[in-house]
Design a protein around this ligand. Structure first.
Ligand SMILES: Nc1ncnc2c1ncn2[C@@H]1O[C@H](COP(=O)(O)OP(=O)(O)OP(=O)(O)O)[C@@H](O)[C@H]1O
Ligand SMILES: [Mg+2]
Length: 288
């Protein structure tokens, strides 16, 4: 197995002065981002601000024109995306969309095989130790199914699940992949508000069980503020605000970036002051 270079425990991530261009567009324009081991860092910003491209840079599917990506201080620039997975860098699996006809349990078992390529071969050969490892795999899948409360979906096919439940199965599969650094791009996009609310405890559970560093891209700003220890806000490829949720929430530049983009979406998300307090944007009335 290729686990030699892989360390244990949550990883430390540093992206330094990243520059990515598509034709004439600077999708990421000198942006930096740090995530301390075991933290959840929220990456927010209006549409087209470069959030997904930042994740692409970290997972290696987009090349840097300048800057660097470091995992535990080691440069990842030379690593292919599949080699980065081997180092424990996992990206969300996009609703298990690849396996619509498989049952939930089968998908979770398959995720384990992906993690340990040897397992697939040895179970084909039916070696005694392979059977033992099959039992171990099942018991770990049982544990995860219980931790995420998806027992009643166990024998349903992925195609039969609601979007929200598919996301939960996706998160369960992520835990089985044993990430050291997890990249999540809008895990609540397209699911019902009620299901989205359930994501805060769910992502906390994921964070605990998987013992990993997380970079979370989300348009649901209140969710990000609730979950994350640190928030990075991008606009037009640049980082315009960084800090604790409280600091970013109080940063006029962050508010301005959102106001420039999608006032409506933010009002809906609850991240903007109500219209009666809208004057704050222009500069704190009654601030003494
Ligand atoms: N493959 C690509 N080819 C050309 N332009 C791209 C490509 N990917 C992204 N872009 C452009 O780069 C910029 C940043 O896009 P990106 O998808 O990173 O934004 P985002 O912050 O994730 O937006 P959203 O919130 O809508 O998901 C946008 O202007 C986008 O049009
Ligand atoms: Mg995006």
């Amino acid at each position: 197995m290729s686990g030699a270079a892989r360390r244990d425990g949550p990883a430390r991530l540093e992206v330094k002065d990243a520059l990515v261009t598509f034709g004439g567009v600077k999708a990421v324009d000198g942006a930096s981002l740090e995530a301390e081991p075991g933290t959840i860092v929220g990456l927010i910003g209006p549409n087209g601000s470069g959030k997904t491209t930042m994740l692409d840079v970290i997972s290696g599917i987009v090349a840097l024109r300048a800057g660097s990506v470091l995992l535990d201080g080691d440069s990842l620039v030379e690593y292919l995306p599949e080699e980065r997975i081997g180092l424990g860098l996992v990206r969300s699996f996009q609703d298990c969309r690849l396996f619509p006809e498989l049952q939930v349990e089968e998908v979770l078992l398959l995720t384990q095989d992906a993690r340990r390529p040897v397992g697939l071969l040895s179970s084909t050969l039916q070696l005694p130790w392979a059977r033992r490892s099959e039992r171990e795999k099942r018991s770990e899948v049982d544990r995860i199914i219980e931790a995420f409360g998806i027992g009643r979906f166990r024998h349903l096919r992925i195609a039969e699940l609601s979007t929200g439940t598919r996301r939960v199965v996706d998160l369960a599969a992520i835990v089985l992949a044993q990430p050291r650094l997890l990249l999540l791009d809008e895990p609540t996009a397209g699911i019902a508000q009620r299901e989205a609310e359930a994501f805060v405890p769910l992502l906390r559970r994921l964070h605990e069980v998987a013992d990993t560093t997380i970079v979370l891209v989300e348009h649901d700003v209140p969710l990000v503020f609730e979950l994350c220890t640190r928030v990075v806000m991008m606009e037009a490829g640049r980082v315009v605000s960084v800090g604790t949720p409280e600091e970013v929430a109080a940063d006029p530049r962050a508010l301005a970036a959102y106001l420039g983009a999608s006032e409506e979406a933010l009002a809906v998300s609850g991240a903007l002051p109500s219209p009666s307090r809208g004057a704050v944007v222009g500069g704190a009335p009654g601030g003494a």
